[in-house]
Design a protein around this ligand. Structure first.
Ligand code: F6R
Ligand code: MG
Ligand code: MG
Length: 364
């Protein structure tokens, strides 16, 4: 049947209430748009969902990654949904659409994108992760665990097909450069970079034979717009089973609610809490940051699913721990490390305060 492309494109087109969740009319509008594109043959299949205030368009098609037609469809869908958001006066209507017109790709225009093209296997298992109130660096730790840490992924030891390890593509989002690291050989070099989650982000993971295993969105809105325009709220696609990490190995790192950048005003560190779809409504202090996992089987490009992968009591303790960490971090109030350092503060009033106090600083 030839190669299939799986594209996940997301944007915040308006929140309900505040930045906490999404109005059902937005989802309905997006579904109508994508259904008509499917009827016209542009899409093989689609699924529309949301995480917090972010609209998630999950699409399969035959046009490859970076397809202008598919990106245009996503863009026009966000524009149509923004109209609905404006009518309902939802909060921050159209906040992620940084341009007035479509120019061939949604990249650099505000929405986040994760895409991959591959030959559908005899049975193709994929998991799509979607987060709210955080940024793409949040995927570095779980991606490392899934594809390089034998204490997480038993298959790295037990499955001869995984012994070769995996190749990580890492982006330097400040310098707009990328580099490949092979694991396990270059594990320490890889960790040196990806530990700096605000700058170095894992963009993709490959098998050593070149087959793609994972793809993540790496758009940083603040770097695109040059000022605070909301958090990037990233997405990620991971293929699973038969020589790739098992579903359980892919979900396992999320039992540790690690600290990520985001939360209130995109300016705080907080735990990433894995939740069921219906619980993805960050409310406390506009958080704490959430992640959902939608599992699918592909059948000739048809999306069979989703299964709500974190809707499982075995993640209860991670949620409880996340709440403990949230309490602990909140007690720091405006102090670091709860509040981000100045260079990562995206909502910073520091330049204004500095200017106001300019004349009052004297040599000590
Ligand atoms: C974080 C986020 C929210 C807002 C906060 C203030 O990514 O979206 O925490 O930053 O609700 O929003 P404004 O400045 O629009 O009142
Ligand atoms: Mg928002
Ligand atoms: Mg959001």
């Amino acid at each position: 049947m030839g190669k299939i492309t799986l594209s996940v494109v997301k944007a915040d087109v308006g929140g309900y209430v505040g930045h906490s969740s999404m109005h059902p009319d937005i989802i309905e509008t997006a579904k109508e748009k994508l259904l008509s594109a499917k009827d016209k043959g542009l899409l093989t299949d689609f699924h529309v969902t949301r995480c917090g205030d972010d609209l998630e368009l999950i699409m399969t098609h035959k046009r490859g990654v970076d397809s202008e037609d598919v990106h245009k469809l996503a863009w026009n869908t966000f524009v149509a949904c923004t109209e609905v958001a404006k009518e309902l006066k939802l909060y921050g209507a159209g906040q992620d659409l940084l341009s007035d017109a479509f120019t061939g790709t949604v990249k650099g225009m505000g929405p986040g994108v994760a895409e991959m093209e591959f030959d559908e296997r005899k049975s193709e298992t994929v998991i799509i992760f979607m987060a709210d109130k955080t940024s793409p660096g949040a995927w570095n730790l779980p991606l490392f665990r899934i594809f390089a840490d034998p204490f997480n992924t038993a298959g790295l030891i037990i499955d001869p097909n995984m012994h070769g390890g995996f190749r990580f593509e890492v982006l330097d989002v400040h310098e707009h450069k990328k580099i490949l690291f092979d694991c396990p050989e270059e594990m320490y070099e890889l960790l040196m970079f990806i530990g700096t989650t605000g700058r170095y982000m894992i963009k993709a993971v490959y098998r050593k034979d070149g087959d793609i295993a994972a793809s993540a969105s790496t758009q940083k809105l603040s770097l695109i717009a040059g000022k605070y325009v909301g958090k990037d709220d990233p997405v990620m696609i991971i293929r699973s089973q038969s020589g790739l990490p098992a579903v359980g190995e892919i979900l396992e790192p999320f039992t540790f609610p690690h600290l990520v950048d985001g939360w209130m005003r995109g300016s705080h560190r907080g735990p990433l809490m894995p939740v069921a779809f219906y619980e993805a409504n960050p409310s406390r202090f506009d958080g704490p940051p959430r992640v959902i996992a939608a599992g699918f089987q592909l059948a000739n490009g048809k999306l069979i699913g989703p299964r709500d992968m974190f809707d499982d009591p075995s993640f209860d303790r991670a949620r409880e721990e996340a709440n403990h960490i949230a309490d602990y971090m909140r007690r720091h109030g405006p102090f670091e490390p709860h509040r981000l350092g100045l260079d990562e503060m995206e909502y910073t009033t520091m330049p204004y305060i500095m200017k106001k106090l300019e004349g009052r600083f004297v040599k000590e």
